[in-house]
Design a protein around this ligand. Structure first.
Ligand SMILES: NC(=O)c1ccc[n+]([C@@H]2O[C@H](COP(=O)([O-])OP(=O)(O)OC[C@H]3O[C@@H](n4cnc5c(N)ncnc54)[C@H](O)[C@@H]3O)[C@@H](O)[C@H]2O)c1
Ligand SMILES: O=c1ccn([C@@H]2O[C@H](COP(=O)(O)OP(=O)(O)O[C@H]3OC[C@@H](O)[C@H](O)[C@H]3O)[C@@H](O)[C@H]2O)c(=O)[nH]1
Length: 388
């Protein structure tokens, strides 16, 4: 299998060692799965947790890939083993971050440290040791669209020039400092600028990924089941939790914001192309999203309600959604991106990648997984207090 693999220019792909930081998270778990199942590469998986990749690690020695994945439980904030792991690898992929919006305005210091300060040594070790880096940034670095500042009735709001987000042309538009929502985006922007400067001044080989709402199985947690009861995950898990508990889905500020969602399995294909085509990927910033899957958050809720009813066989609630203010839901200092359509020119040109899965299809497979994984545990958790 391995010897037949070629890159986009027809050259054989050599097996490499990848230091993957944040490998135990949502994206990391899917990337590890893909690398183990379809490539000859070795992964040094770094994280503080490994629950989401346990199926790849255990039982020890039992998988065809067992000698190609090692888990290193370490916190990159304070662990001297990090440099050694980066030195052992050909490529480092940094996914580690606090990346749930509920944290940005309530734990801004942790958010800024996690997304900027903690990423600094990773960049430094890569640069000093001549190692390639793929760093995970975010679509949030674009902030708000130019169009959102135009008068509500301006026809220019319909012009893609005013809303499509382009890596090499769009500005990064954040709110004021007291809108602490932007602490995450701002920290990600600064680390992007630092990596870019390491490339320009010191010749570091890098690619920056800007994911546009990747969703799928294993994203975040279900509060009170495999995460804190009071925790607020990203929207897919919030809405899944409401559906599993037969509660109305909460629409923040009426659910008018727009998002494009891409299936995790499509997006992972793009990352694999970056890993295996360094000559095409180095020096670039890549939007990775699905511009065809745009909905308002309200439309997402409506579609998830329909899909969940189909996959669970349960009827939907008579009043399936409820509006909540952002202050009530996220607290003071929240703000939002109005619209996120990725321009796909660069990733198309460099890597020939295109997303395939429609929003309906990706929700169907994801909610089937959510139902199968959590429905019973949620039922028991709901029944418990009544029994006491
Ligand atoms: N999922 C998306 O749609 C999306 C969108 C935009 C950006 N991103 C970015 O992609 C990256 C991965 O996102 P994800 O969705 O997989 O999030 P995730 O929270 O599931 O994964 C992040 C992982 O990093 C680990 N981590 C955090 N701090 C660490 C530390 N100090 N030491 C060791 N491990 C640490 C966490 O334990 C977690 O397993 C993040 O940088 C995020 O900002 C994701
Ligand atoms: O229960 C909920 C949860 C969320 N929402 C809304 O749904 C939208 C999407 O919320 P998400 O939690 O997925 O977070 P966002 O899309 O705003 O940001 C995310 O996207 C890019 C990544 O960098 C991060 O993973 C995260 O910041 C927001 O408008 C939010 O206000 C609800 O209406 N109800």
């Amino acid at each position: 299998m391995a010897s037949a693999r070629v890159d986009l220019d027809g050259n054989p792909i050599k097996a490499m060692t990848i230091c993957m930081i944040g490998a135990g998270g949502f994206i990391g778990s899917h990337l590890c799965e893909k690398l183990m199942a379809e490539t000859p590469h070795t992964v040094l998986a770094v994280d503080v947790y490994n629950d989401k990749i346990k199926h790849l690690l255990e039982p020890a020695g039992s998988h065809p890939w067992s000698d190609r994945i090692q888990f290193h439980r370490l916190n990159i904030k304070h662990d001297s083993r990090l440099e050694g792991l980066i030195k052992m690898a050909d490529l480092t992929i940094n996914l580690a971050a606090i990346c749930t919006p509920a944290d940005y305005n309530t734990r801004p210091l942790d958010t800024i440290y996690s997304n900027f300060i903690d990423a600094l040594p990773v960049v430094k070790y890569c640069s000093e040791n001549g190692k390639r880096l793929i760093h995970f940034s975010t679509c949030e670095v674009y902030g708000k669209t130019i169009g959102s500042f135009l008068p509500k009735d301006s026809p220019l709001r319909q012009d893609p020039e005013y809303y499509v987000l382009k890596e090499d042309a769009s500005p990064c538009i954040f709110g004021s400092i007291e809108k602490q929502r932007w602490s995450y985006a701002c920290a990600k922007q600064l680390i992007e600028r630092l990596i870019y400067a390491e490339g320009a001044e010191n010749g570091m080989e890098f690619s920056i990924v800007r994911p546009f709402n990747w969703i799928g199985p294993r994203m975040d947690f279900i509060p009170g089941i495999d995460g804190p009861s009071e925790g607020v995950p990203r929207v897919l898990a919030c809405f899944s939790n409401n559906l599993l508990r037969h509660e109305p889905l909460k629409l923040v500020d009426g659910g008018q914001s727009q998002r494009t969602f891409v299936y995790i399995k499509d997006a992972i294909e793009a990352v694999l192309l970056m890993i295996e085509n360094p000559a095409r990927a180095n020096g670039h910033i890549f939007n990775v999203g699905n511009p065809n899957n745009e909905v308002t958050v309200r439309q997402l809720a409506e579609m998830m309600i329909q899909v969940y009813s189909k996959v669970s066989g349960e009827p939907s609630l008579e009043v399936p959604t409820v509006d909540v203010s952002s202050q009530e839901f996220y607290g003071v200092g929240y703000d939002d991106s109005d619209k996120r359509i990725p321009d796909m020119t660069i990733i198309n040109r460099q890597l020939g990648w295109n997303p395939k899965t429609s929003l309906w299809d990706l929700l169907e497979s994801t909610l089937t997984y959510q139902h199968r994984t959590y429905a019973e545990a949620v039922k028991q958790a709901i029944a418990k207090p009544a029994a006491n």
